[in-house]
Design a protein around this ligand. Structure first.
Ligand code: ATP
Length: 362
C-alpha cells in the first residue's frame, strides 16, 4: 500500500501560477510512478489576486488546509498594485510563518563546477552550503509597527531563548544530516555581530551551548560583515550558516546572486510541526502572463519538500526522489540549453520544466 502525503498548494500571484503548474505536473508524475508513496494536493486560495476578487487575502479555510497538510507548497505571492488600505502589501506567506511558528528559513546555495556563476570558481571547487535565517523575530520583530515621531524612529531587535534554542538545534541536526549523506563536512557557523551588540552575544552563547552537544561537528563563529566578504572570496568553505532574521534576509540574496540569480534560488520555512516550500523570488509582475518565467526555483523548492518529507517520515524513497529532482535541475542548468531568459537562454517556462522531466527520466 502506498503511503499518502497531503500537500497544501498556494498557487500565488503574477508568475506564481505559471511556475506552479509545471511543478505540480512533475510531482504528479513522480507520485504516479512511485511504488511507495502518493502525493495528494489540495488548493488553498490566498494572495493579492484573491484579495482583489473577494476582499479576503487569506481565508481561514486556507490556513486550515495548510495546518492539516503534511507539507505546504507555496508559489510567489503578492502584487505591488494590490494593497491593504494602510498601504502594506499582501503576504500570506508571512502570516503563515507567524501562525505556524516557522522559525527556520532554509536557503540552500549550490553551484556545481559546470554551472554559470558570477564568480570564477577555482578548478574542482563547488559551492554547496545552507544559510539558515531565523524567520520570526530578530530585527523583523516590530515589522510594520516601529515607532516614528517627527524626530526619531525606533525598531526593536528581539532574540529569545525559546526560538534561538530551537533554531540552533535545527542547524546542528541539518549539519549532521548533510555530513551523513556526504553533502557537508559537518561544520556550523554562527553569523552575528557579537562584538558590538549584547543581543548577539546572547545569541552566540546559546549557539555555543548547543554546539557542546555535538562534539562530532565543528562549530565556529563569524561576524556578518566578514561573512559577506567570504561568501564572495571562498564560499566553498561554508557548510551550514545560521543567523538572525535581517542578516539572513540580506545574505540569502547574496547567496542567490552566487547561483546566477533569483530564478534558481529555492527556500523552505520550517517549524517543529509544519514546513512551507517556496521560491525566494517574488511574483515578477513585469513578466507575468508571458510564459517566460523561470520555473527552476519553484521546482527546486518542491525537491526540498520531498527530501524533507522523506527525512521527517523516515521514507527514503521520497528523499531519493527529492535528490533526483534537484539533480535533474542541476543537469539542465549545467548543460546550458533550455534555459529561460533570466539565465541567458530563450526557452519558455513549459519547455524548461519539460527538460527537467526528461533529465529525470534519463
Ligand atoms: P518581492 O519583494 O516580492 O520579493 P521583488 O520586488 O524583489 O519581489 P521579484 O518579483 O522577485 O522582485 O522580481 C525581481 C526581478 O527578477 C524582476 O525583474 C523579475 O522579472 C525577475 N524574476 C523574478 N523571478 C523570476 C523568475 N522566476 N523568472 C524570471 N525572472 C524572474
Amino acid at each position: 500500500m502506498k503511503k499518502s502525503y497531503d500537500v497544501a498548494v498556494f498557487h500565488g500571484d503574477g508568475i506564481g501560477p505559471e511556475i506552479m503548474a509545471p511543478t505540480l505536473e512533475i510531482l504528479h508524475q513522480l507520485s504516479r510512478g512511485s511504488p511507495s508513496y502518493e502525493l495528494v494536493f489540495t488548493d488553498a486560495p490566498a494572495g493579492a489576486g484573491h484579495y482583489a476578487k473577494t476582499g479576503e487575502s487569506f481565508p481561514a479555510g486556507s490556513l486550515e488546509t495548510a495546518r492539516n497538510a503534511d507539507a505546504i507548497l507555496l508559489s510567489a505571492m503578492g502584487l505591488p498594485d494590490v494593497r491593504y488600505p494602510d498601504g502594506t502589501e499582501i503576504s500570506p506567506q508571512i502570516d503563515l510563518r507567524k501562525q505556524l511558528g516557522l522559525f527556520a528559513g532554509v536557503r540552500p546555495v549550490k553551484v556545481s563546477s559546470r554551472q554559470m556563476t558570477p564568480l570564477a570558481l577555482p578548478p574542482g571547487k563547488e559551492i554547496d552550503f545552507v544559510l539558515i535565517r531565523e524567520s520570526t523575530e530578530g530585527l523583523f520583530f516590530t515589522q510594520g509597527a516601529g515607532e516614528v515621531t517627527e524626530h526619531e524612529a525606533r525598531e526593536t531587535l528581539l532574540i529569545t531563548r525559546e526560538v534561538s534554542e530551537k533554531l540552533f538545534r535545527f542547524a546542528f541536526e541539518l549539519a549532521q544530516n548533510r555530513k551523513r549523506t556526504g553533502r557537508g563536512r559537518g561544520r556550523v557557523t554562527c553569523v552575528d555581530k557579537a562584538n558590538v551588540f549584547r543581543a548577539f552575544a546572547f545569541f552566540r552563547s546559546m549557539f555555543d551551548a548547543e554546539a557542546a552537544n555535538h562534539p562530532e561537528l565543528q562549530a565556529d563563529h563569524a561576524y556578518v560583515d566578514a561573512t559577506a566578504l567570504w561568501m564572495v572570496q571562498k564560499p566553498w568553505e561554508f557548510d551550514v550558516l545560521v543567523t538572525e532574521n535581517m542578516f539572513g534576509d540580506i545574505l540569502s540574496d547574496l547567496g542567490a546572486g552566487l547561483m546566477g540569480g533569483l530564478g534558481l534560488a529555492p527556500s523552505a520555512d520550517i517549524g517543529l510541526n509544519h514546513a512551507v516550500f517556496q521560491p525566494c523570488h517574488g511574483s515578477a509582475p513585469d513578466i507575468a502572463g508571458q510564459a517566460i518565467a523561470n520555473p527552476f526555483a519553484m521546482i527546486l523548492s518542491a525537491a526540498m519538500m520531498l527530501e524533507w518529507l522523506g527525512l521527517t517520515h523516515d521514507h527514503p524513497e521520497l528523499s531519493n526522489d527529492g535528490a533526483r529532482l534537484r539533480e535533474a535541475v542541476e543537469k539542465v542548468t549545467a548543460n546550458g540549453q533550455n534555459l529561460t531568459r533570466d539565465l541567458g537562454g530563450t526557452t519558455g517556462t513549459q519547455d524548461a520544466a519539460s527538460s527537467v522531466l526528461e533529465a529525470l527520466r534519463a
